[in-house]
Write a protein that binds this ligand. Structure first.
Ligand SMILES: [Fe+2]
Ligand SMILES: [Fe+2]
Length: 198
């Protein structure tokens, strides 16, 4: 078996295992994120297999409820702050990263892409940005401005991050939901960068 075959086999088997962890309604989304992440990785010279693996696992704990999330946080000594207690759906990024590492043996770069896929953060790695954006613009997503975001993501990753974070902050504010501090910091960071580039 060539090494390309081995990677292919590993990715196929990882995909099978990852999909088993999802609610059936989330399968199309995760496959869409994989497709978008691989295309972005190819565009920016990132490792396509790492992007595929991070995409497959990015929502691997999403089906767990708040108590199960908190139990995982206790089991793995993951710190939980008051913002996350108010918005427990944020926790799947942290618990997903730990499961990717502990159960699937994923490297640090894949785990950190999972860790930051929900909120973003300042100064993200290229793979973190690719997974954040792929999650938002995968083919099943439909919201005002998604086509512009898709086009921008293939032109300029940082400008696309600024746009994506802006739309996520605005949508949270419109729904009178809490904007988590990491999201705000990421939004400020990427808005500043794209202003400087203009
Ligand atoms: Fe997610
Ligand atoms: Fe997702």
């Amino acid at each position: 078996m060539s090494s390309a075959d081995r990677v292919k086999w590993n990715l196929d088997s990882l995909r099978r295992e990852a999909l088993k962890l999802l609610k059936p309604k989330r399968v199309a989304h995760v496959l869409g994120v994989e497709e978008a992440a691989v295309r972005l990785a190819r565009r920016y010279g990132e490792d396509e297999d790492l992007a595929a693996a991070a995409a497959m696992l990015h929502d691997c704990t999403k089906r767990l409820d708040k108590d199960e999330q908190l139990k995982l946080c206790r089991d793995y000594a993951i710190p939980v702050d008051s913002g996350e207690l108010k918005s427990p759906q944020l926790l799947h990024a942290k618990t997903g990263a730990v499961i990717a590492q502990e159960r699937f043996g994923m490297p640090e770069c894949v785990c950190s892409a999972i860790r930051w896929h929900t909120t973003g953060r300042p100064n993200m790695t290229r793979l973190e940005k690719i997974i954040y954006l792929a999650d938002m613009l995968e083919p099943n997503r439909d919201f005002p401005g998604v086509d512009e975001l898709r086009a921008l993501a293939f032109e300029d990753l940082d400008a696309a991050m600024a746009k994506a974070l802006e739309s996520s902050v605005k949508s949270l504010r419109r729904r009178e939901m809490n904007v988590y501090k990491d999201t705000l910091e990421a939004y400020r960071w990427y808005s500043r960068i794209s202003e400087q580039e203009e």
